[in-house]
Design a protein around this ligand. Structure first.
Ligand code: GLU
Length: 458
């Protein structure tokens, strides 16, 4: 048997999701165990904004977790020619066709049929439309029989073909759609094992139809990984839960502890051990032992794993790592603090809000602000409402804050800044506010604005 080839294929979203990290880890463990290859592929067909930053973030998160890759990063945005020729081939072979239905057309026909789950009905299949720009291209899927595949985790997965619709593989602007690029790349990169979240299980039916229409030969092995729920049993969601790996890095988790905890989201060694070295995980991991039931992401559990790792460090290593974490937290504001502090003690005091879970509120200054700024509540409310909508840069935050001030009837930017600075740093003086907010991040900024706002309620 030849060595397996696996991949992690994140889309640049601006943060690295806990679920993607778990998927990356399982791929990596299997590749390392089998002497295989682990490929990094960036699925950036959507041309997300700030792409370079997002991609740097993906690489940094993988490196932080110690998940090194052997090939890549490959970028889908640079491989358009490959997808275009696959689509041309499907069209030439009569396996795909052009379609000019608008979403409204599709909906109207579904309504007329009394179809409650309206999907595309194959209307353009035999209309012989030319695949010109402005038209989407769809895959012609069979109407009879069954689509089925064997999954290492879920066993046989089947679905009647009549429910696998003629999916779009090219947008009307000529860009390839996710699944087409995903399949072409897996074939081109000779991926032998597709290990990914179970949210893609249904896609796999369409994946295989594209695979077969392109004549790619033997299928890869599939292993879908269970959903990850929060501790209330709900699917992890960006809005409700802390899902970014970066948040845990910033909160001072050890990467090896996070990696250990992630390994337990859907897998366990065959006994009740929970703390495993990475060598043990590589040796013992089995895709076949991954469980189907949703895994539960429980931060308290991860904290206790982290605490075990912390206690196992020699004390001088512990101190060194705590220092390293601090250094990383406030390095982005180093130059600003250096200009303002007269002693190292003052420097630490000016930057402590960056690494304390909550800022130390200077109660005297807060009381003064409450006494002299009648628009205090309006300013905090305005920032809470506006900040989630702004691009998280110092410049954009400055504009947003000026707008908040104006709405609250506070024309001077400095006066509008003061309550926000107190809320996030607990102090009246410190490094420039907007740079500080940019470093602090949206989530922590909002949490602090809200708790300052709550102080005003009796
Ligand atoms: N880009 C897809 C995602 O982020 C990955 C799909 C796959 O692993 O095949 O969900």
């Amino acid at each position: 048997m030849t060595a397996p080839r696996l991949r992690i294929a994140p889309s640049p979203t601006g943060y690295f999701h806990i679920g993607t990290a778990r998927t990356a880890l399982f791929n990596w463990l299997y590749a390392r165990q089998q002497g295989g290859t682990f490929v990094l592929r960036i699925e950036d067909t959507d041309r997300a904004r700030n792409r370079d930053e997002h991609i740097a973030g993906i690489e940094a998160a993988l490196r932080w977790l110690g998940l090194d890759w052997d090939e890549g990063p490959y970028f889908q945005s640079q491989r358009g020619g490959l997808y275009a020729s696959a689509i041309e081939k499907l069209l030439a072979d009569g396996k795909a066709y052009a379609c000019d239905c608008t979403p409204e057309d599709v909906q109207a026909r579904a309504k007329a049929r009394g179809d409650k789950t309206p999907g595309y009905d194959g209307f353009c299949r035999d209309r012989g439309l030319e695949a010109t720009s402005g038209r989407v291209v769809r895959l012609r899927t069979p109407d009879e029989g069954e689509s089925a595949y064997d999954d290492l985790v879920y066993g046989r997965v089947a679905k009647p073909m009549v429910n696998v619709l003629d999916l779009a593989i090219r947008k009307s602007n000529g860009d390839p759609l996710f699944l087409l690029a995903n399949v072409v790349d897996d074939a081109d990169m000779a991926i032998s094992h597709v290990v990914r979240g179970s949210d893609h299980m249904d896609n796999t039916h369409s994946y295989l139809l594209i695979w077969e229409a392109l004549g790619y030969g033997p299928r890869p092995v599939f292993a879908h990984l269970p959903l990850i729920n929060n501790d209330a049993g709900k699917k992890l969601s960006k809005r409700r839960d802390k899902v970014a790996v970066e948040d845990y890095r910033d909160a001072g988790y050890l990467p090896e502890a996070v990696r250990n905890y992630l390994a337990l989201l859907g897998w366990a060694p065959g006994d009740d051990r929970e703390i495993l070295t990475v060598e043990q995980m590589v040796a013992e991991f089995r895709l076949e032992d991954v469980k189907r039931a949703p895994a539960t992401f429980d931060e308290r559990k991860m904290q206790s794993v982290n605490a075990e790792y912390l206690r196992a460090l020699p004390v001088e290593v512990f101190v060194e790592r705590a220092q390293g974490w601090l250094r990383d937290r406030w390095a982005p504001l180093g130059a600003e603090v250096q200009e303002r502090a007269r002693t190292l003690g003052e420097a630490v005091a000016m930057a402590d809000f960056l690494f304390l879970p909550e800022p130390h509120m200077d109660e005297k200054e807060w009381a003064k602000e409450v006494a002299k700024q009648p628009a205090l509540a309006a300013i905090l409310d305005g920032a809470i409402a506006r900040y989630p909508e702004v691009e998280w840069t110092a410049d954009a935050l400055k504009d947003a804050t000026a707008a908040v001030g104006e709405e609250a009837g506070v024309a001077q930017l400095g006066k509008a800044q003061a309550p926000i600075r107190l809320a996030v740093s607990g102090r009246r003086v410190g490094p420039p506010l907007f740079e500080s907010l940019a470093v602090l991040g949206l989530d922590r900024t909002l949490a602090r604005l809200r708790s300052a706002r709550a102080r005003l309620e009796p």
